[in-house]
Ligand binder design. Structure first.
Ligand code: HEC
Length: 118
């Protein structure tokens, strides 16, 4: 009956991934979508966040970044995103992103996983 256990584990793992993606999407819809699209080339109040994980800060051409963001020298690794999203003004002093930050590490992790898939 070992296969039953294996199947149960596989089911649990996929349910867990689906949960993380749904949770991340909910966080995005609740906190980011008013200012950001996930479509390349569509900038709103903030720049498009399509494929943001891994790209250098301030690198979307045609978007008018603050000098603070343009000169931050940051690359948006998962760690840097996590820090920025917990306290944007602390990580990039002078950024024009007027967002208080997400307190919950779990919600930030779900959001970053979601962004990584976009
Ligand atoms: C009130 C509007 C607003 C909200 C809400 C907002 N942002 Fe922003 N965001 C901006 C603006 C404006 C910038 C450009 C900042 C600058 O140039 O200083 C920005 C920049 C960014 C950047 C840097 C992008 C780059 O190309 O370097 C990231 C990453 C980011 N936002 C993620 C998020 C995420 C994730 C959320 C939701 C948790 C969010 N933002 C919520 C307005 C917003």
């Amino acid at each position: 009956m070992r296969w039953l256990g294996v199947m149960a584990l596989a089911l649990l793992a996929s349910a867990n991934l689906a949960w993380a993606d749904d949770a991340g999407e909910a966080v995005f819809r609740g906190n980011c979508i008013a200012c950001h699209s996930l479509t390349a080339g569509i900038n709103r109040v903030g720049p498009s966040l399509a494929a943001v994980v891994g790209r250098p800060a301030g690198s979307i051409s045609g978007y008018a970044y603050s000098a603070a963001m343009a000169n931050s020298g940051i690359t948006w690794t998962e760690d840097r995103l996590d820090a920025f999203l917990s306290a944007p003004q602390a990580v990039v002093p002078g950024t024009k992103m007027t967002f208080m930050g997400l307190r919950s590490p779990d919600r930030r992790a779900a959001l970053i996983a979601y962004l990584k898939s976009r």
